[in-house]
Design a protein around this ligand. Sequence first.
Ligand code: ADP
Ligand code: ZN
Length: 604
Amino acid sequence: MASLETASPALEVLRRVFGYDTFRGEQGAIVEHVAGGGDALVLMPTGGGKSLCYQIPSLVRPGVGIVISPLIALMQDQVDALNALGVRAGFLNSSQDFEERRLTEAMYQAGELDLLYLAPERLRVPATLDLLDRGRIALFAIDEAHCVAQWGHDFRPDYLGLSELHERWPKVPRIALTATATKATHAEIASRLNLDDARHFVASFDRPNIQYRIVPKAEPKKQLLDLLRTEHKGDAGIVYCLSRSSVEKTAEFLVANGIDAVPYHAGLDSRTRAENQARFLREDGLIVVATIAFGMGIDKPDVRFVAHLDLPKSVEGYYQETGRAGRDGLPSTAWLAYGLQDVVQQRKLIEQSEGDDAHRRRQSQHLDAMLALCETVECRRVQLLAYFGQESTACGNCDTCLTPPESWDGTIAAQKLLSAIYRLQRERRQKFGAGQVIDILLGRKTAKVIQHDHDTLTVFGIGEELSESGWRGVVRQLLAQGLLAVEGDYGTLVLTDASASVLRKERTVLLRREKVTKASAKPAKKAAVDMPEEAAPVFERLRAWRAATAKEQGVPAYVIFHDATLREIATSSPQTLEELGRVSGVGENKLAKYGQQVLDTLNA
Ligand code: ADP
Ligand code: ZN
């Protein structure tokens, strides 16, 4: 903090308006650069603190900061949060009626705004461009900048038009921000937005407060319930499922078990969807069970866990979804249950997907990278960060670091499995799914085994040393290692080119040992947030006050104060307004507005 001690205007705004002492990471450098009129391309993980990077320069520079964001549904909350800080903000999007729009436009022209949020499609309308000309523009912030990348997963055609901003207003600085960027996306953003002269700020993609855990899937709903009960009682969180029906069933299951949960997927009518999202943002401790349709730009800072009941399609998707946990920097959990069926299902989806072979190959590569992450015996974080081109060392806060998996020599098991498949294929010209192959290995005389005369195969009963779930683990791991493949609607197992080297005993196969029997292997250190015992009831009182206040004002609870701020208040128990003002997250405006109420709540 010493180097910034000169109290630049930016630092002064950070302290007075936002109530924070110091900039985080590269924030300070970014803010100074943009405030000084420079262009910037900012790659920072979710929760890294991107908003301040354009909000503070907008406040420091003369004129209005124009923020382009595709997240129309969130604009109201963003503006409410800024207003609560005493910042003059407005938005223009299709959700408004004429009168609301006119009012905002008038404020813009009169220079009565610090920030104006716009949906990208607004800029296609000449009237909007003319309007912007009638006011003074402090800067353009292009949020979710990866939406300009045509090969990315969130492409929005309207973003392509944003390259014109520079032509029309060459002197206005631009800052593009995103939390998702592999090297290719990064380069595409820079070129499509004509940000050639921009300074690039690439923050570490690490989210140290998120604990990554990937467990073998046995009874996923029960495993989830166990996780919620033991580690995340009363916490807000997101549960991702692949299909609408599993979303519905999982939400019902949680509710039936006394846990507050609502569903969210594209099949629900838009009112229910909006209502469930609003409840999630506004209430404390609600769980949303959702397909991936939910979450883009969910700004809620206190999401304590993200759970995946199905395998995500790519590491990028997984990282973005899990990134919604713990934006406030407090300990959070990313938990994924994954099983053989996931691999079969995903391969099937890829086979059936529209598009050409190149497209399918790309999807396959994405899946392979995801499987490699699931099956790794090394630190999950090291592997995740490596995927984004960042080197790191074992983190100590993921399941493989906390309870290192044992590996075992699975060469013989692999040979047995592959030769069973080989025999079926060669001797019988048959292909079967994992279930039948495992029954054969275990020597089970099921109706289907007898019907196909499989008990006469030489491989019948040669695999009794492993249990059924043990074999499923072997199948899954061979699939992940490319030593086996699945095809067709029924997920039949087939050999790959690489299988031959195992069958010819030319290579050894290392597998990770897993304990499938227990619902959830408990990590050595749980991710839940700890607080001194005496502070807990105070924190709850403050939460109750916050809930009531938020309800009264019709804003999300975090707009009043973040959990992290309430926690610090509960532990430090300030006695005067001045002491309260020193707590991180208590700025001038909030101190004036809520300070006395907070002190009263503390002393109640
Ligand atoms: P992003 O947009 O990158 O996901 P946000 O801008 O929403 O991240 O910031 C994440 C959280 O970190 C917010 O709760 C924000 O108030 C907090 N935050 C950002 N910068 C700072 C800072 N310098 N000091 C303390 N808290 C900060
Ligand atoms: Zn680790």
